[in-house]
Design a protein around this ligand. Sequence first.
Ligand SMILES: Cc1ncc(COP(=O)(O)O)c(C=O)c1O
Length: 404
Amino acid sequence: MHQEIITRFNSLKEKQLSIDITRGKPNKDQLDLSNELLSAPVETKASDGSDIRNYGEPWGISEARELGAALLDSPVKSTIAAEQSSLLLSYQLLLASYLYGINGTAWKDIENPKFICPTPGFDRHFRMLDELGIEMLSVPLMGDGVDVDSLEKLLAQNSDIVGFICVPRHSNPSGDVYSDENLLNIFKICSEYSNDLIFLFDHAYLIHDFPSAPIQTPIWSLAKDSNVLNQTAILTSFSKVTFGGGGLSFFAGGEGTLSLLKKIRTSMIICPDKVNQLRHVNFLKNKDNISRHMAKHAEIIQPKFELTQSILKEIPEECGTYSTPSGGYFITYRTAKPIASRVIELCKEAGILITPAGATYPYGLDPKDSVIRLAPTFVSATELEEAMNIFSLSVQIAHFNIDI
Ligand SMILES: Cc1ncc(COP(=O)(O)O)c(C=O)c1O
């Protein structure tokens, strides 16, 4: 058996492949779904008569805010439509909290501010927090949200926890869809700990469902019922709806987070790109139409997930386990032994680039060296198959410690 693995790996290596499955980017076919945006004419005025070519409407044109509010189930007055990056909005909120603080306690004046980070998670979240000198405390994800016992323990053991950041639907990279119960528990436990603690929900994959995706009560309404709107921020964008980095971003928050964001944005930007906002509203129209558009994305993405999983299924079970998400952009493979780094190194030797081991943990440190993030969307099905065959062999080579 080992000889066959060696022979197959070496022959694939000889092909000198160069395939990059490091990042969750839309594929060309997905981008083509929105080509109409490239040539659609746009009026010069928004529905309220404001000239979209000029400065003004710092929180976005009303029809874009209405669209964002419909997606986030938030009131229009609590919803901002911004420019092309929700990550930028997240950073702006963190920075405003750092400078001013939600209830007047600026994080910069706290000796050792800390954040709760469900793991595995999104490397850019960790990067932002690290840049602001915020200590990151990991809490494990369980498939339907965080491990509540671990969360309680962390809160009991630590002072100065100032925030909680997560991707509540089709989490990057684990695919967790947080259950309502989990979200309500998080709200309860964390708000009992502090009313100054910010809940930052990066809803990057809010509408990126496969048909089997479970229903989730909107975060806005759960936060409202839990009486934590003041400390809650919910963000999403059209980066993976229309064009990567070329869509719109949205923010919904209660008075506390909303006023922080408005304050920092007033210093940073006079107004967002309203021409792109109107173009997107004309193209996407309303929530129902967006759902139909997203179903077309799913038709392109889901077969790639299935292809990936069909190859992962062939890896002997003792080597590890893999996720079967109901949407989003990632599949995770967890090795049974601490060999994720070795697997990724072997893939690299054979021309397959995978997100570096540890990237899905704060400080780049996966304590078990086990989680591997696979991003199947960007490459063609043929490339994906080649990449996954090499991945499968690499896992086995590392697991069985085969000399090659
Ligand atoms: C969890 C998460 N948040 C944010 C982003 C980036 O979103 P945007 O393009 O709106 O900044 C990504 C992109 O990969 C993501 O996975």
